[in-house]
Design a binder for this molecule. Structure first.
Ligand SMILES: Nc1ncnc2c1ncn2[C@@H]1O[C@H](COP(=O)(O)OP(=O)(O)O)[C@@H](O)[C@H]1O
Ligand code: SF4
Ligand SMILES: [Mg+2]
Length: 395
């Protein structure tokens, strides 16, 4: 076992300085304030709390974790739709952490986003031609005629009828709408697309078509993806590597085959136990791991290891000492004091239950909910109509 202890990021994670995207100790906290005239900060939602990873050109990183663990906030902060609280985002060699909106504008051709909900991410008042052509208009270098030709080519490339240029989003199905979002995202041939649950709102039969389209476009244009999903089955096919997030932090990161066949973090085990076996007739039965209780509040996350309140392996050390991310074999990183050694398959199908939340923990969660209700959580307006598409205000 090789354990890297000291690196530039201070997390024990070896870094790739030549990567297309380098995310270093990134944090996004939303302040909670009270008071009308004199606002004072009474807490913060620690949506993303120190994540570090790299992505190479043409690579896909799956980012997985249950709802509310900070995946969308991570994606939006990396795309600079939200201002980072601390940490660094280095894209294509430039540290863009402190870039203003106008400094980001030229980079929009290189870094794009596809949003989860194709219903709310396309402006209902604009035609498909206007939506998909918006990135060209922002650039301002093409005539209207050339934009139309390009947009029709893009529509065809993503499997839509180019004649539907003048139609409105409501005239398309969910899958077709997501194809429109894909066409808009690839218009300027970006190097990176952050795909925030791009297929979660679609029927299962349509999901595979959109994933295949994204894969084809990746082979054709060499695009790198961050592919966000809330379960491990969706990202298996498309990801080269997978990062598992819990309460704003990365618990485990490994190449796809290692993560699915030799997961070491208890949380990854619990997520995997919910994924159907590829070959149910093989005779192996997977243990079922049931986590009890909700995801704790990111306002006051549990001390030590943030997963300790739901982890069946937790010991006293886990409650007080934060497990640093460390590399346990080449490219396989985990944040756990007592990683699992057992394979996840062939455990006789027994069920393991996570611990139930204590009365104290339930009371603390209730206090956090009161804090969030009583105070104003400062969200940020992320309507960037002409840059990354139209988004309803999220907060
Ligand atoms: N704009 C915002 N303002 C305040 N809190 C937010 C905002 N966006 C997300 N959050 C909070 O941050 C946490 C992580 O949310 P999110 O990133 O949407 O998680 P996920 O995408 O994994 O479901 C949640 O507790 C959520 O309520
Ligand atoms: S550090 Fe402890 S509580 Fe956290 S995942 Fe590992 S065993 Fe569980
Ligand atoms: Mg989300």
């Amino acid at each position: 076992m090789t354990i890297t202890t000291s690196t530039e990021s201070g997390t024990g994670v070896p870094l790739r300085p030549d990567a297309l995207l380098q995310v270093r100790n990134l944090r996004k906290h939303f302040p909670i304030t009270q008071g009308i005239l004199f606002k004072r900060q009474v807490g913060a939602v620690k949506a993303v709390d120190g994540i570090t990873f790299d992505i190479a050109n043409g690579e896909t990183l799956g980012l997985v974790g249950e709802s509310g663990c900070g995946k969308s906030t991570a994606g939006r902060t990396i795309a600079k739709l939200l201002e980072p609280t601390s940490g660094n985002i280095i894209f294509n060699g430039a540290d863009i952490t402190g870039y203003s909106r106008s400094q980001m504008r030229p980079l929009r051709s290189e870094m794009q986003m596809i949003f989860q909900d194709p219903f709310s991410s396309l402006n209902p008042r604009h035609t498909v031609g206007t939506i998909v052509g918006a990135p060209y208009r922002v650039q301002g270098s093409l005539s209207d005629k050339d934009i139309k030709t390009r947009v029709q080519g893009l529509l065809e490339r993503v499997g839509l009828n180019p004649e539907h240029y003048n139609r409105y989003p409501h005239e398309f199905s969910g899958g077709q709408r997501q194809r429109i979002g894909v066409a808009r995202a690839i218009a300027l041939q970006p190097k990176l697309i952050i795909c925030d649950e791009p297929v979660s709102a679609l029927d299962v039969s349509i999901q595979a078509q959109v994933v295949n389209l994204l894969e084809d476009l990746q082979s054709e244009f060499g695009i790198a993806y961050i592919f966000v999903a809330h379960d491990l089955s969706v990202v298996r096919h498309i990801s080269d590597r997978v990062a598992v997030m819990y309460l704003g932090q990365i618990m485990e990161l490994a190449d796809r085959d290692t993560l699915y066949s030799q997961p070491r973090h208890p949380y990854t085990h619990s997520l995997l136990s919910a994924v159907p076996l590829p070959d149910p007739d093989s005779g192996s039965r997977r243990e079922r791991i049931l986590l009890t209780g909700d995801l704790p509040s990111p306002i006051n996350p549990p001390s030590g290891c943030v997963f300790h309140t739901r982890c069946w392996k937790a010991q006293d050390r886990c409650k007080v000492e934060v497990p640093l991310v460390r590399e346990i074999s080449a490219g396989h990183q985990i944040a756990c004091h007592f990683p699992e050694d057992r394979p996840v398959f062939g455990q006789g199908g027994q069920t393991i239950h996570g611990p139930a939340p204590t009365d104290q923990e339930l009371a603390a969660q209730e206090r956090d909910r009161d804090l969030a209700r009583g105070g104003a959580v400062t969200g940020e307006n992320i309507a960037h109509e002409t840059e990354l598409g139209w988004q309803k205000r999220q907060d």
